[in-house]
Write a protein that binds this ligand. Structure first.
Ligand SMILES: Nc1ncnc2c1ncn2[C@@H]1O[C@H](COP(=O)(O)OP(=O)(O)O)[C@@H](O)[C@H]1O
Ligand SMILES: Cc1cn([C@H]2C[C@H](O)[C@@H](COP(=O)(O)OP(=O)(O)O)O2)c(=O)[nH]c1=O
Length: 212
């Protein structure tokens, strides 16, 4: 069933720990797209957790209120399901390019870590939960950065989430790297400590190549 989902468009995702520069890059890409459209069918720039939606609000409330980690996982999954059906699949079915700031790999990496020790083989459990129904990205950029550097960057932006701790983010980073090793054809690992201009160039080249 999943092979048929959103077949005509292309799905690109940005993944990485907090403060790795994903949203900065999404805004840059959006600007490029405004002056020189990346796809002739149009582009949609989106994110997970979603904002201003019922499921997105539930996710942020869960993060702020320290709910049970398994309950939190299912809220993130509910948000992903709603995001897929409201935004991602309709755009892909219309042949558009969809670029999402975070997607399923964030669940495998983050909830694989929050549930580590509570559920046996948590990382694979979370990955498997997505398999029967989601739409895999065509291309994923992993923003690779030392957690010490990303936490330093996050300090400047006010409210911090409970996830923004160096030790926790080291575990999340290891999970992201495991995902990239499993699917080397889908993942492009970026040095997120480099200048944004450098990474923007790599990203644009790769996106243009899959749209050809
Ligand atoms: N390549 C970069 N080099 C230095 N600082 C950066 C870079 N990219 C983003 N930043 C800064 O780091 C902070 C976190 O970036 P942000 O894009 O919000 O990360 P994320 O969306 O991954 O959490 C912001 O203050 C941003 O201006
Ligand atoms: C999408 C997603 C995000 N998260 C976490 C990462 C962030 O710490 C937090 C909020 O996401 P986000 O708003 O993307 O954070 P940031 O802009 O700081 O990168 O939720 C998960 O734990 N699992 C998920 O599936």
């Amino acid at each position: 069933m999943t092979e048929k989902l959103g077949k005509s468009g292309k799905l690109v995702t940005f993944e990485g720990i907090d403060g790795s520069g994903k949203s900065t890059m999404l805004s840059r890409l959006q600007k490029v797209d405004e002056s020189e459209p990346l796809s002739c069918s149009g582009s949609v720039f989106t994110r997970e957790p979603t904002k201003e939606t019922l499921t997105g609000k539930a996710v942020y409330a869960a993060i702020e209120n320290n709910v049970d980690p398994l309950a939190e996982l299912f809220l993130f999954l509910a948000d992903h399901a709603a995001h897929l059906s409201d935004t991602v699949l309709p755009a892909l079915e219309n042949g558009k390019l969809v670029v999402s700031d975070r997607y399923s790999d964030s669940r495998c990496a983050y909830q694989g870590a929050t549930l580590n020790g509570t559920i046996s083989d948590a990382f694979n459990f979370v990955c498997r939960l997505h398999e029967p129904w989601t739409r895999k990205p065509d291309l994923t950029f992993l923003f690779d950065i030392r957690p010490e550097v990303s936490c330093e960057r996050c300090k400047d932006r006010g409210a911090q989430t409970k996830f923004e701790r160096v030790d926790f983010l080291k575990e999340v980073t290891a999970n992201f790297k495991k995902l990239a090793e499993r699917e080397p054809d889908r993942f492009v690992i970026l040095n997120a400590e480099a200048a944004p201009e450098e990474n923007e160039k790599i990203i644009l080249e790769k996106i243009r190549a899959i749209l050809k």
